[in-house]
Design a protein around this ligand. Structure first.
Ligand code: DX5
Ligand code: ZN
Length: 218
C-alpha cells in the first residue's frame, strides 16, 4: 500500500476553511489531520468541537484527530459525535493509557497514541498490539511551521521493529516539519502516513504539493 498523506488543517486559512477543505477533497490526500490543543498540554490553543463538526460537514475523507490535551478521556464520546474516525491521544497525557485506548475503540474509532520527541518508543511495548496507529512527533507539539527533528528516523526504525516483533497492525504516522526534503527518507525508513501542514498550505499550489508528496520516488 502506498503511503498516506494527511494535510494538517492547522495551517489552512480559517477564514476560507470550506475552500481549503474542498481543495483537500479534490486532491490526492487521504486524510484530514485535525489538531486539537488545549493550552495546558501544549502552550497553544487551536480549535474544538464546533470547528471539527463544521469541517466534517464538507470533508469527504477520513478525519484523523490528534488530541494534544490533558485527560482526553473526558471528551472521547464528543469527538466521535463531531466526526472523528481516528482518535490519537498523547502517551504523556494519559494516566491509564490502556483504558483510554479501549474507550476509543468502544466508540467505533481507530485508536492512536502519539509520542513526544523525548519519549522513547519502548514505552509502547505492552500496548502496541492494541493500537491502530502510532504518531511520532517530529517537532515538539503545539505549533505548525517548526523544523523537523532528525532523531525521528531512529524512532521510526525502532517502532517498525517493535511492530513486527509483536505482530501489531499499527501504522506509523509522522507529524511535524514534513516536507519534500525528508518525506522520501521517512517512507523508506518505515513511515506509513505523513502529516504536512505548512508545507502544503503555504505552498504556491497546495494540490500539486499534495500530489508530489503522494508520488515520491522510492
Ligand atoms: C503540531 C501539530 C502538527 C502541525 C504540523 O503540534 O501536531 O500536526 O500542524 O505542522 P507542520 O507540517 O507545519 O510542521
Ligand atoms: Zn498533529
Amino acid at each position: 500500500m502506498s503511503h498516506i498523506i494527511a494535510p494538517s488543517i492547522l495551517a489552512a486559512d480559517f477564514a476560507n476553511l470550506q475552500r481549503d477543505i474542498e481543495m483537500v477533497n479534490q486532491s490526492e490526500a487521504d486524510w484530514f489531520h485535525i489538531d486539537v490543543m488545549d493550552g495546558v498540554f501544549v502552550p497553544n490553543i487551536s480549535y474544538g468541537m464546533p470547528v471539527i463538526a463544521a469541517i466534517k460537514k464538507h470533508a469527504t475523507k477520513i478525519m484523523d484527530v490528534h488530541l494534544m490535551i490533558v485527560d482526553p478521556d473526558r471528551f472521547i464520546k464528543d469527538f466521535k459525535k463531531v466526526g472523528a474516525d481516528i482518535l490519537t491521544v498523547h502517551y504523556e497525557a494519559c494516566k491509564h493509557l490502556h483504558r483510554t485506548v479501549q474507550a476509543i475503540k468502544l466508540e467505533g474509532m481507530k485508536a492512536g497514541v502519539s509520542l513526544n520527541p523525548h519519549t522513547p518508543v519502548a514505552v509502547l511495548e505492552d500496548i502496541i498490539k492494541d493500537l491502530d496507529l502510532v504518531l511520532i512527533m517530529s517537532v515538539n507539539p503545539g505549533f505548525g511551521g517548526q523544523s523537523f527533528i532528525e532523531n525521528t528516523y531512529k524512532k521510526i526504525s525502532q517502532l517498525k521493529a517493535l511492530i513486527e516483533k509483536s505482530g501489531s497492525n499499527a501504522i506509523i504516522e509522522i507529524d511535524g516539519g514534513v516536507n519534500d526534503k525528508n518525506a522520501e527518507k521517512l517512507v523508506v525508513t518505515g513511515a506509513n502516513a505523513l502529516v504536512a501542514g505548512s508545507f502544503v498550505f503555504k505552498s504556491q499550489d497546495p494540490m500539486q504539493t499534495i500530489k508530489d508528496l503522494k508520488h515520491l520516488k522510492y
